[in-house]
Design a protein around this ligand. Structure first.
Ligand code: MGD
Ligand code: MGD
Ligand code: MO
Length: 742
């Protein structure tokens, strides 16, 4: 496949027709069998078969039958599987002895974790997990945390990733869960991409959009991104907003829709609450003011509003340019407002995708491994907690529900202060991916903190651990996961894991057994033993909730396409999940994050109507100054995944982007005497890195650094700070200065 054109050949198609099949594949030897799976290097959930020969993975092939990709593969999936076969996989547990990590038996390693756990109270134990394990693993971990130990301190790196997606969906529609579907690409007449570089981050979804753009009656396209991304270059209207000003733009666009009458008043009247408040807030955002705040041309704002306002079938996707920027939830909710005002939800082509990022982030959220209660239950609703207590047969007070679950940034804070004494990290590399890395290293190094790290490789994080557990990964274990449009896939074990590495599920089950967690009748708390029985337990837990998995069995997932929970689209009848007894949240103040009490929610009688919620734009907490005159945004390249533990081990990918760079606008470069390729020192109030400059399409005054590279990590520069509602860190907002070094 097509290394120099990562999106491959176009297969154009017309509106309303189905996306043609194109099967991508890559193999280094001819497989003797193919094993069903789906992709794990983004949230798209592309159906993929794993080719196996002599017990080793030798290639991959897209699954033509799958609704998500119809055979296509992302370049990372074409080559990334090679990391499984890497000779430096962890094959035995490691424990710290005399200051060094040394190999140990599973008994020794688990024994150390269990004996430390037993010395501590539940509130001293924290879990920091991932968006890259499988559903069965998260559910098990969630039950261990909530019903076994009873700790409120559990979250995933999903807090860095799609906490805002969840928060925005809950705020507007009552519960988490994507309204839209990928088939909306087939039907839409307009696509708006809000802070989403889909071309590089969900390459197969972009192929689908491009194929519509090359077919008859192509959809119009709007991109909102300070950089000249492939998406921005393709779009009909590109708004290169000043970083951190999304909410001002959204308020301005909503005002224009209202003023021009581009509103479906009967839909709004029947299915929403809050129009008057919204009108009052957005009225303060006339175009000249918005143009000034966002640093974009007034005429372009008008063009964008017209494109959105005259669409008949509008599809929006939202991702990190909103979620990791300033006023993240408020800005993302504003996209929901836009769709509600226009009645563009729940019908073919009219949909919102508050995108996920990681392959299995959806499941972290559904199962409660992000701290929420499983099944999108409301921690503040006693009857939801009672349901779980009955399901797990534990006392009500065992399940933490006296306050919102501890979010990841607060878990790290507690570890810093010494109240969390055991931090169990699974499937994430926080020593590269969290903001303000100097601080994170200080926390991980603390004497009083016992760190467990569960990974495939030695990473920057495992080097701080007291115990390292070698995990099996995709292709080496069976499980399910759910993509950004609610499509559930089964991923089957194709090969054995290396050495003594174990599936995360088996590690968690082993811990539960050694801790001897019991229900209130003295029977083992956890009764399942393998992926399929864990899945069955989850099906029961999900029953009657929006993410009801009861109809999606392993059997139905075998052989064919992935299946969506909730049907193709949610909210097709304009009824939302806001009923006070059913909803996942009683709401929060969008500007402060303050949680509203149940009575406040009930008094509004939402009864299935969606909330229109608006708040004012405020300047970002860190803006350029004389000392640090430039804005830093961070993000991704198509060739690398996160901290590169997988893509860095796939030569075809790694060669294309082997080391860090910084993107600078020509005018800024000229002012600083920086030329293409010159090595530049980038400094923020927290730290400094060096990187060669690329003079390219980015707005003046803004620089971009990809965050993949541990050696010169963007997160040396970023700051500790988060959105008040979703608690997602602001990775795309720091003030920096640049200096030429040589
Ligand atoms: N190749 C690749 N694909 C991936 C991943 C990967 O690491 N590599 N990771 C996966 C994961 S976990 C995630 S979360 C997704 C992320 O997918 P994306 O959100 O598409 O990726 P990012 O590059 O983080 O950010 C998107 C864009 O936000 C823009 N941006 C920055 N600040 C602002 C702002 O204030 N306003 C606006 N409107 N835009 C802004 C940046 O310029 C950037 O182009 O990708 C997934 N897919
Ligand atoms: N500056 C900046 N920082 C960012 C972002 C940004 O845009 N800018 N984006 C943020 C986002 S959206 C995300 S999602 C995070 C990602 O940040 P991380 O989660 O730290 O990134 P990964 O490199 O994916 O780490 C996953 C780890 O899990 C391991 N792993 C993979 N599969 C398995 C498995 O099956 N079991 C186990 N036990 N381990 C496994 C991998 O080897 C790897 O070490 O980074 C965040 N940090
Ligand atoms: Mo992410």
């Amino acid at each position: 496949m097509i290394p120099d054109d990562p999106w491959g050949e176009r297969t154009p198609y017309a509106p309303g027709s189905s996306w043609p099949v194109r099967v991508d594949s890559h193999r280094v030897e001819e497989p003797d069998r193919w094993v069903q799976s789906a992709s794990v290097l983004h949230s798209n959930g592309d159906g993929i078969d794993i080719g196996v020969r002599d017990g080793k993975i030798v290639g991959v092939r897209g699954r033509a039958v799958d609704r998500v990709n119809r055979g296509r593969l992302d370049p990372k999936d074409v080559y990334g599987w090679q990391a499984n076969n890497s000779p430096d996989r962890l094959t035995r547990p490691l424990v710290r002895s005399g200051g060094k990590l040394v190999e140990a038996s599973w008994d020794e390693a688990m024994g150390r974790i269990v004996s430390r756990s037993k010395q501590l109270t539940a509130g001293q134990i924290g879990f920091y997990t991932s968006g890259q394990l499988f559903l069965e693993e998260y559910y098990t971990l969630g039950v261990i945390g909530k019903a076994g130990l009873g700790t409120p301190h559990m979250d995933g790196n999903t807090r860095l990733c799609t906490a805002t997606s969840a928060a925005a969906l809950k705020a507007s529609f009552g519960t988490d869960g994507q309204p839209g579907s990928y088939t909306d690409v087939d039907h839409c007449d307009t696509i708006a991409l809000w802070g989403h570089n889909v071309a590089e981050t969900q390459a197969v979804l972009w192929m689908r959009m491009l194929d519509r753009r090359h077919g008859s009656a192509p959809p119009a396209m709007l991109a909102v991104d300070p950089r000249d991304t492939p998406v921005a270059r393709e779009a009909d209207v590109h708004l290169p907003v000043r970083p951190g000003t999304n909410l001002a733009l959204m308020n301005g666009l909503l005002r224009l829709l209202l003023r021009r009458g581009w509103v479906d008043l009967s839909y709004v009247a029947a299915n929403t609450l809050g129009l008057e408040d919204l009108e009052r807030v957005v009225d303060a955002y006339p175009v000249p003011r918005v143009a000034d705040i966002c640093g974009v041309a007034p005429a372009d704002i008008e063009r964008a509003a017209e494109l959105l306002g005259t669409a008949d079938r509008l599809l929006s996707t939202v991702l990190q340019g909103f979620y990791q920027s300033h006023q993240a939830t408020a800005a993302s909710v504003a996209v929901n407002n836009l769709h509600l005002l226009r009645g563009m939800i729940g019908r073919p082509g009219a949909g919102v995708l508050q995108m996920n990022g990681q392959p299995t982030a959806e499941n972290t959220r559904e199962t409660g491994a992000d701290g929420d209660l499983p099944g999108f239950r409301n921690w503040d609703n006693p009857s939801h907690v009672r349901e779980l207590a009955a399901l797990w047969n534990v006392e009500l007070h065992t399940i933490p529900h006296w306050s919102p679950p501890t979010h990841a940034m607060q878990i790290w804070r507690y570890a810093e202060q010494g109240s969390i004494k055991l931090l169990w990290i699974s499937g994430t590399n926080p020593a590269v991916s969290l903001p303000d890395l100097a601080r994170i290293r200080r926390i991980l190094q603390q004497d009083g903190l016992f760190v467990v790290a569960q990974d495939l490789f030695r990473t920057e994080t495992t080097e701080f651990a007291d115990v390292v557990l070698p995990a099996a990964t995709w292709g080496e274990k069976t499980g399910t996961f759910t993509n950004a449009d609610r499509t559930v896939h089964l991923s089957k074990k194709a090969v054995d894991p290396p050495g003594e590495a174990r599936a995360d599920l088996d590690i968690f089950l082993d811990y539960a057994a050694r801790m001897d967690f019991r229900d209130k009748d003295g029977r083992p708390l956890i009764t399942w033993t393998d992926p399929e029985s864990a899945y069955a337990a989850w099906q029961k837990c999900s029953a009657g909730r929006p993410c009801d998995y009861t109809a999606i069995t392993y059997d139905k997932l075998r052989g064919g396409s992935g299946l969506q929970w909730g049907g193709e689209r949610l909210y097709t009848d304009g009824r939302f999940n806001t009923d006070s007894d059913y909803c996942e949240t009683y709401g929060q103040d969008l500007s402060t994050g303050a949680e509203f009490p149940a009575e406040h929610h009930r008094a509004k009688r939402p009864d299935g109507r969606a909330f229109l919620l608006a708040t004012d734009y405020r300047p970002a907490p860190e803006v350029p100054s004389d000392d640090y005159p430039l804005r830093l945004v961070t993000g991704r390249t198509i060739w690398q995944f996160h901290t590169r533990t997988k893509t860095g081990r796939a030569p075809e990918l790694n060669e294309r982007a082997p080391s860090v760079w910084v993107e600078v606008h020509e005018s800024d470069a000229a002012a600083l005497g920086i030329t293409e390729g010159a090595v530049v020192r980038i400094e923020s109030p927290r730290g400094a890195i060096e990187a060669p400059a690329r003079l390219c399409g980015i707005r003046a005054g803004t620089v971009f650094v990809p965050f993949h590279y541990a050696e010169e990590a963007a997160n040396e520069l970023t700051r500790t700070g988060w959105d008040p509602v979703s608690k997602q860190p602001m990775f795309k907002l720091a003030a920096v200065r640049l200096r030429k070094t040589r």
